[in-house]
Design a binder for this molecule. Sequence first.
Ligand code: AMP
Length: 329
Amino acid sequence: MEKVVSGIRPTGNLHLGNYFGAVKSFVAMQSQYQSMFFIADWHSLTTHPKPENIQNSARTILAEYLACGIDPQKAPIYVQSDVKETLELYLYLNMNTYLGELERVTTFKEKARKQPDNVNAGLLTYPTLMAADVLQHRAHKVPVGKDQEQNMEMMRKCARRFNNIYGIEFFPEPQNFYFNATALKVPGLDGSGKMGKSEGNCIYLRDDDKTIRKKVMKAVTDNGPQEPNSKRPEVIENLFTFLKIASTPDTYQYFDEKWNDCTLRYGDLKKQIAEDLVNIVAPIREKIEEYSANTALLDKVAKEGADYARQSASETLNEVRKIIGFRIY
Ligand code: AMP
């Protein structure tokens, strides 16, 4: 059975970008594949979080995963730092990955621009840690958003290079998996490119109805359609992306026609999006509250997940050590 692995950094609460870009795909595929989900707490260290934030965030995200519908019986959930095998593979992969190619990764360049005083080695080797997360389970598919395409390419390069160096077809080349067959970028509603934690423009799964409505109603727009059937500017296309992911096809078509015959009122469009998002988020939020209160369950899920992931990773690492040429006692 094919294996699927995916993860999210616990540097804040889950937002709609995480939900529509990654978690929803994962929930959809958890029964069909041998799946695992992890909370990438090592990855979050690139921004130097405080110890108390790391622990609380891991529990928070765990509650959010469960509320989104990840079933740990089908898809174990683990905390990245509970599986030390990852670090060993990270080291091996780093030995075969070159400075030039890591420096060319767009997310690295962007982060280096945003935090020029903290361009640390962890930031540079972010893609090889991500590769280790997935390759340690010899996974075939990774549900990710469009923003991760280049990191996925690096991951495949790591797998291919290892296989070539040792002349063995050991690691599968993991493929991106998208819920609707195409990569999804959930936009920000502030006119910026994507919804993201560091962009500060997120609608969170914990947001109450009022907050969601307020955020949507504040979305950036323009003066409205000027000519029939014209191309939509980016800020308006962003709103239509939300319609596509949160509303029915009929609703999308209704507003698309209104745009095309220049009768669209942005207020109506925003109200529709806000209500559809509220309907999606409200039941998830209620479940988040229930799970967050049950810390014994959260800790049990994390422990069982860690045992499962450790077993899977140590099987791979035993093979990797033999392939590289280390002595096995
Ligand atoms: P991050 O929150 O950056 O740790 O990302 C965790 C997962 O959510 C990754 O699979 C990302 O591709 C996905 N993701 C985050 N933001 C977005 C977005 N705006 N659109 C689509 N996917 C996203």
